[in-house]
Design a protein around this ligand. Structure first.
Ligand SMILES: Cc1ncc(C[n+]2csc(CCOP(=O)(O)OP(=O)(O)O)c2C)c(N)n1
Ligand SMILES: [Mg+2]
Length: 339
């Protein structure tokens, strides 16, 4: 019998959600700093999405369910295993080849090509159903991705096949510099579910409890064979689009100053409930920092193994790949000789 997740979050779970949100913000800040120090590649801060990522993850069962992210959510998915954050760290440190995560960790890699992860999620969910496996698939995608053809094709197919998938649209008001007002003429992104033939709802994406409740209900539907759901989690992107962006060129500073901060809001709420205090806060921040120190030290100690770039692409490497492998190796030797 598939586990249902309708249960409300216990006090201990609320504290865990807070801890994971603090962790997500801390990893995001560190990734940003590493990029500014020239030690890490371009990355997309999670700031503003912590509540919806962690709230959603807590409504899923990491042993049976899958998450198919876009590129912003990885740092909030530690509930699916520290490996997910470790892979993100290796990725930004320039070692994607070393970031394979063990079997049983059900989170797909980040997807940069907008919205292409959405049909992948539908295929994965359809596959689970065809194999009679328990669980469901949740995919994250942005308001900008909701304008891509892949979203409509995936939504349509999911509705026809009634697959166990949850479409979680992160409406953070921006797609780089394109505001929501230029993204769609529909009344909401959730409204688009009507055309697919399954329910669509809008939730407060700055509230992890509201997101947990919505995803729990969608999960119940999915695992009991009632088909897909679309959830539009409304929030505000608090940072730049990526480390390569300067939002001060297109967002008025007054608008940014008014944007809700989910981490600060949830901290206040738990403090009011007597479930959080400065000591717990300090401990959560310290644990997050120590984890990141450890992962960065491990990542920076790695040396590049270019062979791994060419493994696991095709069953047999193509002549072009062999040529590229030889070029990369020759380049490495030349660089080594020049040192
Ligand atoms: C197919 C494709 N088109 C364009 C881009 C360039 N691009 C990268 S991120 C982005 C905006 C995405 O916005 P949204 O889906 O709202 O996600 P967010 O970054 O706000 O989380 C665009 C247009 C891309 N990566 N892939
Ligand atoms: Mg967006």
């Amino acid at each position: 019998m598939a586990k249902t997740t309708r249960d409300r979050l216990s006090d201990a779970q609320l504290q865990l959600v807070m801890t994971e949100m603090i962790g997500a913000r801390a990893y995001s800040n560190r990734a940003f700093a590493l990029q500014r120090q020239g030690r890490a590649a371009t990355n997309a801060p999670v700031d503003g999405s912590e509540a919806l990522v962690v709230g959603a993850a807590h409504a899923l069962d990491p042993t049976t369910d899958w998450v198919v992210p876009q590129y912003r959510e990885q740092v909030g998915l530690i509930r699916f295993g520290e490996e997910v954050v470790a892979r993100y760290v290796l990725h930004i440190l320039g070692h994607p080849e070393a970031g394979a995560i063990p079997e049983g960790t059900n989170v797909l890699p980040p997807q940069i090509s907008l919205a292409t992860q959405i049909p992948h999620a539908v295929g994965l969910a359809w596959g689970l159903a065809l194999q009679g496996k328990p669980g469901c698939v949740l995919t994250f995608f942005g308001d900008g991705s909701a304008s891509e053809g892949d979203f409509y094709e995936a939504g349509n197919l999911a509705g026809v096949q009634q697959v166990p998938v949850i479409f979680l649209c992160v409406n953070n008001q921006w797609a780089i510099s394109t505001p929501m007002s230029r993204q769609t003429a529909a009344e909401s992104i959730a409204a688009k579910a009507e055309a697919f033939g399954f329910p669509g709802i809008t939730v407060d994406g700055t509230d992890p409890v509201a997101v947990h409740e919505a995803v729990s209900a969608a999960r119940d539907r999915a695992v009991s064979g009632e088909g897909p759901s679309l959830i539009e989690a409304v929030t505000y992107r608090l940072g730049p689009h990526t480390t390569a962006d300067d939002p001060s060129r297109y967002i008025p500073s007054a608008e940014l100053a008014e944007a809700p901060d989910p981490v600060a809001t949830f901290r206040q709420r738990l403090t009011g409930l007597g479930l959080w205090d400065d000591d717990l806060q300090a401990r959560a921040e310290q644990e997050a920092d120590e984890r990141m120190d450890r992962l960065v030290t491990q990542g920076e100690a790695l040396t590049l193994n270019p062979d791994q770039f060419f493994e696991n692409v095709y069953a047999q490497t193509t002549p072009r790949m062999e040529r590229q492998r030889a070029e990369l190796l020759a380049d490495q030797v030349a660089r080594g000789a020049g040192q």
